[in-house]
Ligand binder design. Structure first.
Ligand SMILES: C[S@@+](CC[C@H](N)C(=O)[O-])C[C@H]1O[C@@H](n2cnc3c(N)ncnc32)[C@H](O)[C@@H]1O
Length: 287
């Protein structure tokens, strides 16, 4: 056994050496930095993959263009629910930890943030280290698998921004969230609207058909959304499997009501958004 292992290692080293000589592989030297330690070095481990601009004191670090660390949707959520001080929060798909950071800054007691994309997860860890975040636990894996597991922890607040329209079974995600979030659930999502999608050349060809569906007695329609070329873009922030299902706005609202979260407040209505109509909402259990 030991002999076989040493033979295998010997072969691996020979193959790697040949690949390196042919210019087809890098040596481990490529992983070593020789410059003075800096936040930019850490960010550049995933150079070209960043979506967000980092906040002070890292504003000079080159990352991405989007202002997700000062996102008006999260500021609106915090204001509408009277603050998050002392709350336990479940965040789905943190991407680069921007909303997680805002929730920690706003005083949340602890934030459990679940990210399935391994590169995004590493970006969250880099952000956590660089911004010295103390209240956030980033978990690496699928949040649907996490939510299906029973019994699971309960949270005061759920934050599901930019994730519903990446689901294959979005009604299941809404139903699972209503079981785990005791006080409020924040959602920002795209939705399907036949007339609005038809007049959007960027999206119309990606929404390719519909099927009727029922989840635990809730009847609705699923609209297939194919990622197409988007999934090859650097920093792609969707989901695996090549497609997802979108719901109509009414089906989203009716689904939340069906599963007991019928006290709903809507904001950020953007029917003409270039990536498809979108809106935000805060849903609470109806009395
Ligand atoms: C469009 S981004 C939204 C990022 C951020 N929440 C925001 O609103 O700006 C979707 C994120 O959810 C993650 N994601 C998608 N499906 C997931 C799943 N099933 N489990 C965990 N993370 C998922 C993606 O990797 C990505 O980071």
């Amino acid at each position: 056994m030991k002999w076989l292992l040493s033979q295998r290692i010997g072969w691996e080293i020979r193959v790697r050496t040949v690949l390196y000589r042919l210019g087809l592989s890098k040596t481990t030297d490529a992983h070593y930095l020789t410059s003075y330690p800096s936040p930019q070095n850490a960010v550049d481990i995933l150079q070209g993959e960043w979506r967000s601009r980092l906040p002070d004191p890292l504003a000079q670090v080159k990352a991405g263009p989007l202002s997700l660390f000062e996102d008006g949707r999260i500021a609106w959520l915090v204001e509408q629910i009277g603050g998050v001080e002392g709350m336990t929060v479940l965040e789905l798909g943190p991407l680069e930890g921007a909303h997680s950071y805002m929730l920690e800054q706003a005083g949340a007691k602890c934030i459990t943030a679940i990210e399935a994309n391994s590169q995004a997860y590493l970006k969250c860890l880099i952000v956590k280290e660089l911004l010295e975040l103390k209240k956030i636990r980033f978990l690496c894996g699928d949040f649907v698998a996490y939510l299906r597991e029973e019994p699971g922890p309960l949270f005061d607040l759920g934050v599901a921004s930019g994730v519903l329209y990446h689901m294959k079974n979005p009604a299941e995600l809404l139903a699972l969230l209503t079981k785990r979030c005791q006080r409020s659930l924040f959602l920002w999502t795209h939705y399907y609207d036949e007339a609005l999608i038809a007049k959007n050349p960027r999206m119309a060809h990606k929404l390719t058909g519909s099927v009727p569906a029922t989840y635990q007695g809730f009847e609705h329609t699923l609209y297939r959304h194919d990622y197409q070329e988007a999934k090859y873009m650097p920093g792609f922030s969707g989901a695996g499997g090549g497609y997802s299902h979108w719901m109509t706005r009414d089906d989203i609202l009716n689904c939340l009501t069906f599963f007991g979260f019928g006290d709903i407040q809507i904001g950020f209505d953007d029917p003409d958004s270039k990536n498809g109509p979108s809106f935000a909402l805060i849903a609470r259990p109806q009395q």
